[in-house]
Design a protein around this ligand. Structure first.
Ligand code: HAM
Length: 417
């Protein structure tokens, strides 16, 4: 017997009812984004590796060890997208979107690839939806993006949301802070993990969001970035919080929230859910006012966030039955002659009424076909047997009340209208 080939670790097949749940979530995302006036953008699944090296940052986990990269037959260095922001920015610059609109409000649903250690809520292929607002430097834009994320989760029924927010300032304030953080950490260097020791030189801010308890204890006494913000940055952050207050969105200022990608500045945020365990971040985002210029575009301020859909599903606690497979009408055919009539009637109903129709394809007994109709929660069944064919009629049965009616072939669509 040949060996069975299985899926790759950290990826999954989405089957049956779960697939209905995904369709529901995706359609909720599309309609929600319309409410906020965001347009969909679709970018390729792979890009030149340099796009991610230059935007996410060489010293980040993603670029240093998690990207699926390869050289193709033409010698090009390519990478499966580990996140979408860089691709959106590339498209923004390439298509000169800034010239068409002073503010580009874009959203996406996409598959991403990161070679992380798989666990609950963490996969090697995962789905994100996200938004990017490119063109406004104003704090109201930050507040709109954060409220969009928060309101989406509330609308889809996730409770116990925790919004964490921080400002990591613009470049200058951050450089000052880095110096101060390094001189605070220097005497503790031998107590830090090897990962943090490496970060000490390249990216000391990332040490702040350590998950190691001994490091958390040290960090508690570290200087806070908020005290190093310029007046302009401070004013911006205050205004963001003011707008959130006025929208009655609860938040917690987390002085150690820095995020794992290098392109951020000023406002950064995450929404967490207690239901998720160690991978508690439902979504994360922030400002990236320098990225467009760094990738060769005109200096343009921007902010966005992205949300993992698998984590959203884990936090949803949905009723399993809600996404069961279903149909409106089940067509029961008895005998070979009834089959062609069944096919004809089912197509006619589908095209004229838009009701979902399922036809038996297994030539089962009447009893098994009725059982299947019940399993699919059909509202009606249409029964076609020898006698019905002779009389040019079908039996339409209301599956709830059990009431049956004889209906002429020509009147079936009318019955369902
Ligand atoms: P991120 O924090 O890397 O940010 O990812 C955003 C969200 O994607 C996470 O909060 C999580 O829900 C989900 N996620 C990330 N990695 C995995 C994984 N391995 N398995 C399952 N879910 C995962 C970004 O991607 C930025 N591009 C967000 C952004 C947009 N910032 C500005 N605009």
């Amino acid at each position: 017997m040949s060996e069975i080939i299985k899926n790759i670790k950290g990826t999954k097949d989405i089957l049956g009812n779960e697939s209905n749940l995904w369709q529901y979530i995706e359609s909720e995302i599309h309609s929600f984004m319309k409410l906020y006036g965001y347009d969909e953008i679709r970018t390729p699944k792979f890009e030149n590796s340099s796009l991610f090296n230059r935007s996410i940052g060489q010293d980040t986990d993603i670029v240093s060890k998690e990207m699926y990269s390869w050289k193709d037959q033409g010698g090009n260095n390519l990478t499966l997208k580990p996140e979408v922001t860089a691709s959106v920015v590339r498209a923004f610059i390439q298509h000169n979107l800034g010239k068409r609109n002073p503010l580009n409000k874009l959203y996406y649903i996409d598959s991403l690839f990161r070679r992380e250690r798989p666990q609950k809520g963490r996969y090697r292929q995962f789905e994100q939806f996200g938004v990017e607002a490119i063109g406004s430097e104003n704090p109201e834009q930050d507040a709109e993006i954060i409220s969009l994320a928060y309101n989406f989760y509330s609308k889809i029924g996730i409770k116990d949301l925790k919004l964490k927010i921080n400002s990591i300032g613009s470049k200058n304030s951050r450089e000052e802070y880095k110096k101060s953080l390094k001189s605070f950490l220097k005497p503790h260097l031998d107590k830090l993990t090897s990962v943090s020791q490496k970060r000490f030189n390249n990216n000391p801010l990332r040490i702040l969001d350590t998950k190691v308890q001994t490091e958390i204890e040290i960090i508690k006494k570290a200087p806070r970035i908020i005290d190093y913000l310029s007046q302009v940055d401070k004013k911006h952050f205050k205004k963001v919080l003011f707008y959130l207050d006025s929208m009655e969105i609860k938040y917690e200022i987390d002085h150690y929230l820095v995020r794992g990608l290098d392109y951020y500045c000023k406002t950064v945020f995450e929404i967490q859910s207690n239901d998720l365990g160690s991978q508690s971040a439902l979504c994360g985002g922030g400002r990236y006012d320098y990225l467009i210029e760094e990738l060769g575009g005109k200096k343009t301020p921007a902010i966005g966030f992205a949300a993992g859909i698998e984590r959203l599903i884990l936090a949803m606690n949905y009723d399993d039955n809600r996404f069961n497979k279903s149909t409106d009408i089940f067509i029961v055919t008895i005998g070979e002659d009834a089959i062609s009539m069944g096919l004809k009637i089912s197509d006619s109903i589908r095209l004229n009424t838009k009701l979902a129709v399922t036809c038996d394809m297994l030539r089962r007994s009447l009893k098994s076909q009725m059982k299947e109709a019940n399993k699919l929660n059909a509202k009606y069944s249409i029964i076609i047997g020898e006698d019905e064919l002779q009389a040019n009629k079908v039996i339409i049965k209301d599956m709830n009340s059990g009431v049956q009616k004889n209906v002429h072939f020509d009147k079936i669509n009318l019955f369902f209208k």
